[in-house]
Design a protein around this ligand. Structure first.
Ligand code: G3P
Ligand code: MG
Length: 239
């Protein structure tokens, strides 16, 4: 397998634990339409997983709107739409079961999201019980360099506290839905389970240890983690 036994798990949030990526798409489509521009999956793939300003700069550059739409102004317009839609974001299939299982089994778990703390609060308002099970949460505003830099995963791995940390980065399994997130995990020296949206062209994404259609297909036992009670598990496609 090429990886040591997994002892810790680090979860991305948007598009992985929470179904919020569709909300970003709605907001971004709406704003670009005002400028006669289309929001495509190819553009989304380059933005998703990044911190807000990094992603806004990509959008402005890729749509040729430099000098027309200021990235900070884009973010302001987007906030109005997002703030309205985020509170109703549901969890992704399989996310709650996996989190509850890992927590009940004593596996240290953390969140590493590029979202800033204010958004994290709005998005998780209806899911406080589940998010309360994580050892700790690292939000995008806590690191200078966002994904694809490895920083956020390294900070998350370092946050488990004395005696509860991983022996090395390679013992931490990262779950991601974004190409830049997989890149960040690889740069951090961590195996990554990539769970891409079916609309995302995942072909050019290198380095994932496994690619799954959904968290429902994740079998903890395959990674040396405690098995689901009474379950044989589903098959991961290991690279
Ligand atoms: O996927 P996350 O949780 O790192 O957050 C990403 C951004 O907030 C939106 O793509
Ligand atoms: Mg994500």
């Amino acid at each position: 397998m090429g990886y040591p036994k997994v002892t810790h798990c680090i979860f991305d949030m948007d598009g992985l634990l929470l179904d919020t990526e569709a909300i970003y798409t709605v907001a971004q489509k709406e704003i670009l339409a005002k400028f006669g521009k289309e929001f495509t999956w190819a553009l989304k793939a380059k933005m998703m997983g990044k911190k807000a300003l990094d992603a806004a700069r990509v959008l402005v550059a890729e749509t040729g709107l430099e000098g027309v739409l200021d990235p900070e102004d884009f973010i302001r317009q987007r906030e109005e739409i997002l703030d309205r839609l985020f509170p109703d974001a549901p969890m992704m299939p399989g996310a709650e079961r996996l989190i509850r299982h890992l927590h009940a089994s004593g596996v240290p778990i953390a969140v590493a999201t590029s979202s800033h703390a204010r958004h994290f609060d709005i998005k998780t308002r209806k899911h406080r019980d589940v998010f309360g099970l994580f050892d700790h949460i690292v939000t995008g505003d806590q690191v200078t360099h966002g994904k694809p830099a490895p920083d956020i995963f390294l900070v998350a791995a370092g946050g488990f506290g004395p005696g509860r940390g991983p022996a090395s980065a390679a013992h931490c399994l990262v779950f991601e839905d974004a190409p830049v997130g997989v890149e960040a995990a690889v740069a951090a020296g961590m195996p990554a389970v990539f769970v891409p949206d079916p609309n995302l062209d995942a072909d050019g994404v290198a380095g994932a240890a496994a690619v799954l259609p959904s968290l429902e297909a994740f079998d903890p036992a395959e990674w040396g983690l405690p098995p689901y009670p009474g379950s044989a598990g589903a098959g991961a496609v290991r690279n």
